[in-house]
Each structure stands twice: as C-alpha cells, then as structure tokens.
Write a protein of this length. Structure first.
Length: 90
C-alpha cells in the first residue's frame, strides 16, 4: 500500500538519525547522540573560549540586492577579525 511522501520522509529521517536502532534516553542511539553532543564536537575542533564569531554573506544578496557589487572578499573580513583578535587578545 502507498503510505505517502510524509511517511516516506519520516522513515528516511528515522534511519538518518538512527532511531531505527536500539534506543537510549532521548530517542537517539548512542552514536547519534555523541555526534550531536556540542561539547564533544567543540573538543574535536579545539573550540575554546573566548571566540570571535563571524557571519559572512556571500549568497545572492551580494548580487541581487542593494549590496550588489559592494560585498567584500573573505580576506577583508579575516584581516578585520585578526585586528579584533589582537586588540582584545582573543
């Protein structure tokens, strides 16, 4: 019988998130919970405080909005981050 696209997508997500395997508290298997654990991920990428967060827009806003032609290259952003890092010892 045809169960529909919603059922199919939910079944896919169940497999992707590991919900089809042995369950642990929280509904995810141990491997998936570890992969989603922010503290574990932070340790693996040497993420330590303090940090400088940066959001760089390089999508369609650089080409189709009032910013068209005025977006700066990533190297410009990174040089500014380095200056802030030096100034605040981050």
């Amino acid at each position: 019988s045809h169960k529909g696209i919603v059922w199919f997508r939910l079944a896919q997500m169940r497999v992707l998130l590991g919900l089809h395997k042995e369950r642990v508290p929280g509904g995810l298997n141990a491997e998936t919970r570890a992969a989603l654990d922010l503290e574990t991920v932070a340790r693996e990428i040497n993420f330590t405080h303090p940090i400088i967060g940066l959001h760089v827009r390089r999508g369609d806003s650089c080409h189709t909005t009032l910013r068209r032609g005025r977006c700066v290259p990533l190297s410009t952003h990174l040089s500014r981050v380095e200056a802030i890092s030096a100034r605040y010892n981050v």
